[in-house]
Design a protein around this ligand. Sequence first.
Ligand code: NI
Length: 179
Amino acid sequence: MTKREIITLPDPLLRKASAPVERVDDELRALIDDMLETMYDAPGIGLAAVQIAVPRRLIVMDIKYRKPDEEGGEVAPEPIAMVNPEIVSLGEEMRLHEEGCLSIPEFYAEVERPSQVTVRYLDREGKQQERVCEDILATVVQHEVDHLNGKLFIDYISRLKRDRVIKKFVKLAKGEVVA
Ligand code: NI
């Protein structure tokens, strides 16, 4: 497994739609493992392939993960990989969650999304699966699937706040000091 570099705002790739994965093979499984290692190392609870500059429809998640020094201690990893995920239905109830993104480091904002989603995808063996995701997993799945469509969680916040955070990252990318 290899840790990959995570691209950040304002990298234009983050705004591009990812292409479907054509084959679930050993090469793809190696990519999944690299993504998991990158996500755990960051640390984060979700990562889309486009965030390591591979614009393919593939996401990984693990909502159980905690840093060893965090409350709750060390828990066994429960990695989930979804190839070509498709949200087939959304619940009516909404939930508010403070989201962050490894491609927008150190910025957090509350986003409201449906608290239940049904997602259809291929697993790492290429087998079709359907899973009902609730609560935080519902939030994470929607956040990651958005990445595959070039959408970011800052698209859900006010334009003023969004412009401010984008401006900050543009300055950072130019090497300017941000106050
Ligand atoms: Ni993200």
